[in-house]
Design a protein around this ligand. Structure first.
Ligand SMILES: Nc1nc(=O)c2c([nH]1)NC[C@@H]1CN(c3ccc(C(=O)N[C@@H](CCC(=O)O)C(=O)O)cc3)C=[N+]21
Length: 294
């Protein structure tokens, strides 16, 4: 048996074409959504991700603005940039590309974002609404990677209600909010949130119907850890330098042999990454739509 590929590129493309139609409708009503990115420093990986986000915006027809600060920027510089983005009329949503260079307090910067412009859903108010919104009646942006994972499973009709989900990793952008999302009313999964101090991680993973690996440990999840037929989502990214100056490669958290055991597998790259980007655009479009009815 070989797993069905959860194709993030194809799914994100379908999502973006739906979003494009909604942007046309917004523009007809005089609303022009605009996404900004704030990048500090020149980490090559971060630059690549930011470039991808601007490409997605162009595809969907939303304006985008790129603010790049040098690695030498102080926390006061970053605060000033955030203040400008909060007051800009063109910028309806924005993100602070993480991680910030060492020396910056990420949580303090995230708190300065206007929650109404928080395209990443990482402001404490929006994370708080994720906790409060168990009835699904509070509309606020969801963190993009968790939202992308759930959307990917939905579009492949992978059952979620009542299923055992094991999330590996408790980080701010993926594991922790994903546990909250999967246990919401409507999704109704049973979640085990595991981390580096979990005893018998393999045993936990073996019981899962859905495994989400988001730790950044290459090939951590081995084939004999996976229940036959389970859905496995590979989120972690480790960039390894190419041999002899060749192209760098990406390694996921899931061993390639898992494909022969799992029922569904999201590849990495081309799985959750493109979905994360599509959900970012979706958050900006949704916020613009809500500005019409607010
Ligand atoms: N404020 C903030 N929000 C984020 O959402 C955020 C962040 N900071 N910092 C870094 C992580 C990582 N992340 C990715 C997005 C897209 C791909 C993606 O599209 N990857 C391509 C491959 C790209 C490549 O080759 O490197 C793929 O999976 O096919 C990957 C990773 C968003 N993050």
């Amino acid at each position: 048996m070989t797993a069905i590929t959860l194709d993030g590129v194809a799914t994100a493309t379908a999502l973006k074409s739906e979003l494009r139609d909604r942007v046309v409708a917004l523009r007809a009503q005089g609303v022009v959504p605009g996404l900004a990115t704030l990048l500090v420093g020149d980490d090559p990986g971060s630059r690549l991700y930011v470039a991808g986000k601007h490409k997605d915006c162009a595809e969907v027809g939303i304006e985008s603005l790129r603010i790049d600060l040098p690695g030498s920027a102080t926390s006061a510089d970053v605060r000033a940039a955030i203040k400008d983005l909060n007051s800009s009329r063109e910028v309806t949503g924005y993100i602070i590309q993480l991680p910030l260079p060492v020396g910056h307090n990420e949580n303090a910067m995230l708190e300065l974002i206007d929650p109404a412009k928080d395209a990443d859903g990482l402001h404490p108010t929006n994370l708080g609404r994720l906790v409060l919104g168990i009835e699904g009646n509070l509309r606020s942006p969801l963190p993009c990677t968790p939202a992308g994972i759930v959307e990917l499973l939905r579009r492949y009709s992978v059952p979620i209600v009542g299923q055992k989900v094991v999330v590996v990793g408790r980080g701010l952008t993926v594991g922790r909010p994903l546990g909250l999302l999967f246990t919401r009313k409507g999704l109704d999964a049973t979640v085990t949130l595991t981390h580096s101090r979990t005893v018998d991680l393999a045993g936990e993973v073996r019981r899962a119907d859905i495994v989400v690996a988001a730790v950044g440990v290459p090939h951590l999840i081995e084939a004999d850890w996976v229940k036959p037929g389970a859905a496995v989502l590979d989120v972690g990214i480790t960039r390894v330098a190419g041999v002899d100056g060749g192209k760098s490669r990406l390694l996921g958290d899931v061993h390639p042999d898992v494909a022969s055991v799992a029922g569904y597998l999201s590849p990495n790259p081309r799985g959750v990454g493109p979905m994360t980007r599509a959900m970012l655009v979706s958050n900006v479009v949704k916020a613009a739509e809500q500005s019409l009815t607010a």
